[in-house]
Design a protein around this ligand. Structure first.
Ligand code: PTJ
Length: 248
């Protein structure tokens, strides 16, 4: 379904994003609950001024450095991420050497296959998750089902739109977790090593841009990007930006 959004509409980006989620539902990629998740995200994005705040940019740089330094980085993809940023996910995987794995809260074989096919249509060479031959311990939801050679073996996992239980369970497995979530008060960014409080549509390409930049720099500079990032300060800065109501 293509709906015209006038380019001069003050919130045209946000409306385009909303239509991409609707199209994702129509295509069987995004769960209907993904529409509600998008609405929650939009509300926070509006309060953040629909921009990448400086602390989120620092988080995105730290996220890129973590992915580059990892032995086995994995991007965990759900129905909203697949609908919103398929090209950008593939570009980020290429820039960092990360694997891509489909992992769903509302898991069905049909949606897993549709999302994996969709990412492959957008250039992904290998998409994990069609076979879930391992489990995340201590988690009862369908998100516990993972690939043994994917999320289960990962040392760094990037998760757009996480649920708090899995965020905690991945942390308990000793993994470094990068969470992209517009709500800084949500449990998943609260427990993530790198909480990225930004819209996926800006965060994923910006992490890839930082990865390209950092790939040309020394190990020391990559370590500094990680060490200089303060997760508590970033969460506080995002909450302060939302509360201030100052949209520049
Ligand atoms: O795994 P699936 O595809 O079956 O779908 C799972 C959903 C997305 C339905 C599930 O994870 C869910 O219900 O999510 P929640 O609990 O609604 O949480 C969504 C969180 O993501 C909220 O905190 C939103 O602020 C945030 N969010 C929504 N859209 C974006 C976002 N954060 C960043 N970028 C977005 N575009």
């Amino acid at each position: 379904m293509t709906i015209e959004v006038p380019d001069d509409h003050p919130r045209s980006e946000s409306l385009h994003t909303r239509h991409r989620i609707e199209d994702g539902v129509d295509a069987g990629l995004t769960h209907k609950q993904g529409l509600i998740a998008e609405g929650r995200g939009e509300a926070f994005d509006y309060l953040l001024g629909e921009r990448t705040i400086p602390s989120a940019d620092r988080a995105e740089r730290a996220a890129a450095a973590h992915l580059l330094r990892a032995d086995h980085p994995v991007l965990s993809i759900n129905g909203n991420a697949a609908a919103l940023v398929p090209d950008e996910i593939v570009a980020l995987a290429d820039a960092t050497g990360a694997a891509i794995e489909v992992n769903l809260f509302n898991r069905t074989d049909e949606r897993i296959a549709a999302i994996a096919d969709h990412l492959q249509d957008h250039g992904a060479t290998d998409v994990k998750g069609r076979t879930a031959d391992a489990r995340i311990p201590g988690l009862t939801s369908e998100r516990a089902k993972v690939a043994a050679d994917g999320i289960h073996a990962a040392d760094v996992v990037l998760v757009p739109l996480e649920d708090g239980d899995r965020a905690e369970a991945l942390g308990a497995m000793g993994k470094t977790e990068i969470v992209v979530d517009l709500n800084p008060l949500s449990r998943s960014p609260q427990v993530a090593a790198v909480p990225v409080v930004d819209n996926l549509v800006r965060a994923i390409p910006n992490i890839a841009a930082h990865a390209h930049d950092l790939a040309d720099r020394s190990d020391d500079e990559r370590e500094r990007a990680i060490d200089a990032f303060d997760r508590e300060a970033a969460l506080d800065a995002a909450e302060a930006a939302i509360r201030s109501g100052e949209l520049d």
